[in-house]
Design a protein around this ligand. Structure first.
Ligand code: FES
Length: 100
């Protein structure tokens, strides 16, 4: 299980500690999918069905498999169109995907 995440922020997200109620916990997003990043908004639930060795990409309304990566050698899934595994030019650095 892995996913590509596009982040556009170029600086820190500051949290004013006075806005957090004493004794209340906050959850920091580690899946990268939160719409309230860096705070968890529950969007991570969609990752519960992710499988080992598969690279996922998400949009606001869909989940797509863009590569299967057994032993670290990524290949496009048999059913994927050839352009499905190509990173978008503005996507920034992404792990190399073999087999495009
Ligand atoms: S950990 Fe990312 S939304 Fe919860």
């Amino acid at each position: 299980m892995a996913r590509t995440v596009r982040l556009t922020s170029t600086g820190p997200h500051r949290i004013d500690p006075t806005t957090i109620a004493p004794g209340k916990m906050i959850s920091i997003c580690t899946c990268g999918l939160s719409q309230s990043y860096p705070l968890c908004d529950g969007s991570h639930r969609i990752t519960k069905t992710e499988e080992q060795g598969v690279l996922y990409t998400y949009s606001a309304d869909s989940k797509s498999v863009i590569a299967q990566c057994p032993d670290g050698a990524c290949q496009p899934p048999a059913s994927a169109p050839s352009d499905a595994i190509k990173p978008e030019p503005s996507a920034g650095p992404v792990p190399p995907i073999v087999g495009s």
